[in-house]
Ligand binder design. Sequence first.
Ligand SMILES: CC(=O)SCCNC(=O)CCNC(=O)[C@H](O)C(C)(C)COP(=O)(O)OP(=O)(O)OC[C@H]1O[C@@H](n2cnc3c(N)ncnc32)[C@H](O)[C@@H]1OP(=O)(O)O
Ligand SMILES: CC(=O)C(=O)O
Length: 525
Amino acid sequence: MTQAIKIYDTTLRDGTQGEGVSFTVAGKIRVAEKLDQFGIDYIEGGWPGSNPRDMAFFEEAQKLTLKHAKISAFGSTRRASLSAEEDPQLKLLLDAKTPVVTIFGKTWLLHVEEILRTTAEENLKMIEDSVRFLTENGREVIYDAEHFFDGFCDNPEYALKTLEAAKRGGAVNLTLCDTNGGKLVSEVNDIVSRVVAHFPETPIGVHCHNDSGLGVAVSLAGVESGAALVQGTINGVGERNGNGNLTTIMPNLILKMGKELNCAANLHQLRDLSLFVDEMANRASDNSAPFVGPAAFAHKGGVHADAAAKVKHSYEHIEPELVGNRTRVLVSDMSGRSSVMMKAKEIGVDLDARSPELKDFLAELKELEFRGYGYEAADASFKLLLKRFLKGKKDELELIGYRVMVGHQSALNRTVSEATVQVKIGEEIHHTVAEASGPVGALDDALRKAIAPVFPEIMEVELIDFKVRILDSQHGADAITRVQIESTDGKEIWGTVGASDNIIEATWEALVDSMEYKILLESGE
Ligand SMILES: CC(=O)SCCNC(=O)CCNC(=O)[C@H](O)C(C)(C)COP(=O)(O)OP(=O)(O)OC[C@H]1O[C@@H](n2cnc3c(N)ncnc32)[C@H](O)[C@@H]1OP(=O)(O)O
Ligand SMILES: CC(=O)C(=O)O
């Protein structure tokens, strides 16, 4: 029976060495639980000697009941000047009370001589002593051979001796690190094959950084050449350009390379895992991340959408649902009839593909995009546009007029905005006024007040995002401004758009569409 490839996650250690990545202790615990539920084999929680947060994590982690994963504490080999028993850092690794300890040691003589400033012989002793000390204290030890590939290229005999030292000490896995992330696929293939042949009885791992943009490729190459364990991080976070991205590596291993992984049954939760980790790290998600990003299966070109409508996999390398993602169609000035048909189906509007108006609608859409509207992230405005143009939908709100004033009160050191709105709903005119610190808030409040007597559900709507983009900045103050708004009623989130050479007018359009959409939702249409 083929052995499953083990997945070793270092998001909570190497991941946090990435610029802008940090977790709270509670966040680390929640990520560890999520990784365990997903079926990850090893979770590296941090470096106990490094900082109080990592110490606190290991305290808390002792209370966790994990289904499958083993938590690992990370550190280095002993200092050259100390025995393993005397080394305070190795003691802290034991104090972390994890079943697994991973230590990194030096492979490359450049580092041995110029960074550790010790001898080649002493480095071998440091590796063996440290691993033995930890195994004798009951730990499963994974040995991370730092700069393994660079060291091997410089002096292959010495590089292998460092691994032999770790093996003599009792390491259960020897992981080869492309620490500087500079190696190519062919080099990793060659070197991993040679190491696997040298250690036929010991599982070999790979830990590859992404400095050449090849973190995923070289990790897969490692497995192709016999590695049985892959280290990486969720969303590829990590030191400098990050680590091999597990959200790309895992689906490739399972779906493309046919490898057995403990987490294979949960692959459909991959996108959820990716979003969760970004959320816990307080980090914006990568829209175009392979497999898990919203753009991964989004078709914008009209020709692509047409083909995907006929044969779904004609422009999709896997079924998106396998990784918890979905096909999306982006409507824009690059759309054709098929894009509109697919989008209409996605948002629940029934259209006749043969309808002659569809051609006019496409022309209108392209004209609106040319004037600055953008419908890619504004499904609600697109649905309203479709219904107005092709279904003869009448708007509920008829604008009589609005006015916005913005002022500054020096004595109170505050800005204040006042909006008045007059809209006709049915036969009645509603005239309201509202005050807020900014003009958008004031306009939003005044508009709701005007609508609420007729459509009280409007008070459930909350504006959650407001984006402004100047489209042709060379026109200075007269440039076209696109305003994109995201709203929610606590059940659904929707996007609307407005465009004008006046930012308040663009905002008004996006706000009105948002309210019209909520009324449409309530009507059940
Ligand atoms: C490849 C990797 O990603 S390895 C992980 C890197 N991660 C981190 O560094 C994050 C956590 N690190 C830390 O919090 C701190 O660096 C600590 C607590 C570990 C050490 O802090 P300090 O004692 O102040 O040392 P400092 O960070 O300045 O230097 C690192 C020391 O480790 C030594 N060292 C580096 N690698 C090894 C190794 N594999 N084995 C033994 N010693 C090592 C260096 O020689 C240096 O010691 P020296 O100053 O006596 O020459
Ligand atoms: C161990 C490790 O993080 C590295 O060598 O990159």
